[in-house]
Design a protein around this ligand. Structure first.
Ligand SMILES: NC(=O)c1ccc[n+]([C@@H]2O[C@H](COP(=O)([O-])OP(=O)(O)OC[C@H]3O[C@@H](n4cnc5c(N)ncnc54)[C@H](O)[C@@H]3O)[C@@H](O)[C@H]2O)c1
Ligand SMILES: [Zn+2]
Length: 378
């Protein structure tokens, strides 16, 4: 596709705004649909939304806003979503599932000539990561029972022998069924878009992003973005609060790698109808991440590990990216480089407030975060 007109929903946010830049760099016409969710954009429209994009200040839950946003569009990058560990339940379903359904209904009812839909899905749609037992080999983990977590046992155990299992890269065949409302709503979005694509013949692709970070990740939102939350804590001389025992791990991917995956599947027909993991193929333990960030910021602050956990959370997720690699994808930014670029950006933002403490109290009150009966082993 040489020139195209692209709609980026959520184009003021972390991932969407970088997709906007990449699409403009290709000479595409770009429109953004974004509600400027207050949790994420406390100061209104961010200055990184370029003047040359057409900015539709609207909501994916509003049919009129979709009609305006989709008019004349070839490619949709649907990034807008309600995300993270928020205390709401209904809003996730409303923004993510209903909002996506409304997009599809608008395309169908208006018979719009959309040529491609790329959906931001998430690794959260999996139950758990894949593991291996020294004796029984490969298996896909099940969500750990709350009773196990409450007892301070955070490991994934082999379902046959009970031995502690080791995380291995998770491929797209892993069972879906993440047990929190965000995960359920992302799975809904993915199934809606892929099945709509099959039914209508409009090429659709879903990308299951790993934990994404980088410049422009909201410094205001205390519910999402582990690197952003840890950094704002450390910059206020407070310890990052690490759940479980700190050995849970995540595949942290730099935003520009996520963007390259988006542009790749948007322009390569071989991707049509498919679902792809996007990550690095490497994982870092969250406790180590907290220590790494403290080191980079020159703070001698050890993480706080109070023995809390979030029901429904995964123990480990390493993205198996071989399916997307077959189309030529390769992550380019390693964690140390990506973190330095993020910290460089934070340094330009002036003083940074800390919103996590108040949020953590709300989450405890609503049992999104719980404390184990026994303190976790150090
Ligand atoms: N950041 C991650 O770690 C991660 C991981 C997996 C998947 N994802 C997915 O990637 C997408 C983008 O995430 P992000 O990290 O850039 O988040 P973000 O919060 O930085 O950006 C999301 C944008 O969507 C907008 N938005 C929210 N609700 C809206 C609504 N009702 N109508 C219109 N706009 C709305 C927000 O104002 C924001 O600008 C989301 O779909 C998210 O679920 C993100
Ligand atoms: Zn075993």
């Amino acid at each position: 596709m040489t020139t195209a007109s692209a709609l980026v929903t959520g184009g003021a946010g972390l991932i969407g705004s970088h997709i906007v830049d990449a699409a403009l760099a290709r000479g595409w016409d770009v429109r953004v649909l974004d509600s400027l969710e207050r949790q994420t954009h406390r100061d209104g429209k961010p200055k990184w939304v370029p003047a040359e994009v057409e900015f539709v200040h609207g909501d994916v839950r509003n049919r009129r806003d979709w009609e305006r946003a989709l008019d004349g569009i070839d490619i949709v990058f649907h990034e807008a979503a309600y995300g993270g560990y928020m205390p709401e339940i209904a809003k996730f379903i409303h923004v993510n599932a209903y909002g996506t359904a409304l997009m599809l209904e608008t395309i169908r009812n208006k018979n719009l000539p959309v040529r491609k839909i790329v959906l931001a899905s998430s690794q959260a749609v999996y139950n758990e990561g894949a593991y291996t037992c020294a004796e029984h080999g490969h298996f896909y983990g099940e969500t750990r029972p709350v009773a196990q977590l409450a007892a301070g046992d955070y490991d994934m155990h082999c379902p046959i022998c009970g031995r502690v299992a080791v995380p291995v890269p998770t491929d797209e065949a892993a069972p879906m069924g993440g047990e929190n409302v965000y995960a359920i709503s992302k799975a809904d979005q993915e199934r809606l878009v892929i099945s709509f694509g099959r039914a209508t013949g409009i090429p659709a692709v879903a990308l299951r992003y790993s934990c994404t970070y980088g410049p422009r990740q909201s410094l205001f939102n205390p519910y999402t973005g582990v690197i952003a939350i840890f950094c704002t804590r450390l910059l206020n001389d407070l310890p990052p609060v690490v759940y479980e025992d700190g050995r849970q791990s995540r595949d942290l991917v730099f935003v520009e790698d996520i963007v390259r995956a988006n542009l790749l599947v948007a322009t390569d027909d071989r991707a049509d109808g498919q679902i792809f993991n996007v990550g690095t193929g490497n994982a870092v333990a969250i406790g180590d991440l907290a220590r790494l960030l403290a080191g980079r910021l020159g703070k001698e602050i050890a993480p706080s590990i109070p023995g809390e956990y979030r029901p429904g959370e995964m123990r480990a997720l390493i993205s198996d990216i071989s399916r997307l690699a077959q189309l030529g994808f390769r992550p380019e930014t390693d964690l140390a480089t990506g973190i330095d670029r993020y910290l460089g950006w934070i340094a330009e933002q002036g003083s940074v407030a800390e919103y996590f403490s108040a949020a953590a109290r709300r989450l405890r009150a609503r049992q999104v975060v719980k404390r184990a009966r026994e303190a976790a082993p150090a």
